[in-house]
Design a protein around this ligand. Sequence first.
Ligand SMILES: Cc1cc2nc3c(=O)[nH]c(=O)nc-3n(C[C@H](O)[C@H](O)[C@H](O)COP(=O)(O)OP(=O)(O)OC[C@H]3O[C@@H](n4cnc5c(N)ncnc54)[C@H](O)[C@@H]3O)c2cc1C
Length: 330
Amino acid sequence: MAGTGILVVVETSAGVPRPTALELFGAARAIGDALGPVTALVVGRSVAAAADQVARLGADRVLVADAEEFAEPVAARMARAVAAAWETAQPTLVFLPGTTLGRDVAAVVAAQRGVPHLVDVVMLELTDEEIVAIRPVYQSKLLTTVRASRARPAVVTVRAGSFRPPEPAEPAARVEPLTVTLSDADRRVRVTRTVEKPRGQVDLESAPVVVVGGRGIGEPEGFAQLAELAELLGGALGCTRAVSDLGWRPHYEQIGQTGKQVRPKLYLGVGVSGAVQHTVGMQGSETIVVINRDPNAPLVKMADFALVADWTEIVPRLIARLRERRGRAG
Ligand SMILES: Cc1cc2nc3c(=O)[nH]c(=O)nc-3n(C[C@H](O)[C@H](O)[C@H](O)COP(=O)(O)OP(=O)(O)OC[C@H]3O[C@@H](n4cnc5c(N)ncnc54)[C@H](O)[C@@H]3O)c2cc1C
């Protein structure tokens, strides 16, 4: 197999690694040490702290492309950085996050090198001859196995929530600047506007606790209670598509096939039926708790713990109890 080791590309936003990018180190670990060293590439502007964070996630070496030009999420520029890191590390596998930018960049670098691109991967293993990847197809109704020969390198984009980022550990890897030369053409595409989600909220994709409200909440006002519950549990608020389609909650809170993938320690679904398009986005959660008045709802059957009850009977009591505990702790 050409090259040695894995190159993990860490996309950043406002200097902070995308949570999905940190999960790539979990994917690298899943393959084991057989492939050789793990090199991380951190791309962005003012990413020194991000590089220090990444240096503790199991990389042997961290390359940093830190420049004003990388503040904007432009695929051609990031692809230049990946190409420079590729020259330096000569990897066997290149991992990118399955974000919009990561997928764009992966396609560019795979085409430039003429190597395979394994897309939307949720599991990965190596045989003597092949890289074997599993990816969901047909709106996640089926899983399919794709194979690429180990005779040459491959680019892999990993679906968010498929691997856990490793716990930070010492010693930290060495951090080195990477020189990237951009062309005029790379600078031609400009990002004129970005839409930020409100600040101060816990990030849904990396939250340890996710409280999700479904259509069973009955009205948009009910979500204020779920937001408070999420806040008391140190988690984030999510919703189903039925809820975002009704305009009760913003689309960026939607979890599932056409929304976000989450993998919290605790998923609490309230008034959520558990349609497959929803469960594909949360089935990796460590513990699943459900409040639903229908004992036959699919999510009740899937849950570790289910309270078959009207949510309005349970949630206010949960909130009161948690407030009480917080009061005692404070
Ligand atoms: C192509 C496609 C993509 C899709 N993508 C997504 C996606 O990404 N994410 C997603 O979530 N959905 C998605 N859907 C929609 C999905 O099929 C379901 O329609 C949706 O998930 C249902 O949302 P829900 O559970 O909130 O509502 P419902 O299915 O209406 O369930 C409401 C639940 O609340 C319970 N309930 C009602 N009142 C109470 C009460 N007072 N107390 C307690 N429980 C109560 C009911 O028993 C019921 O189980 C997609 C559909 C399609 C066709």
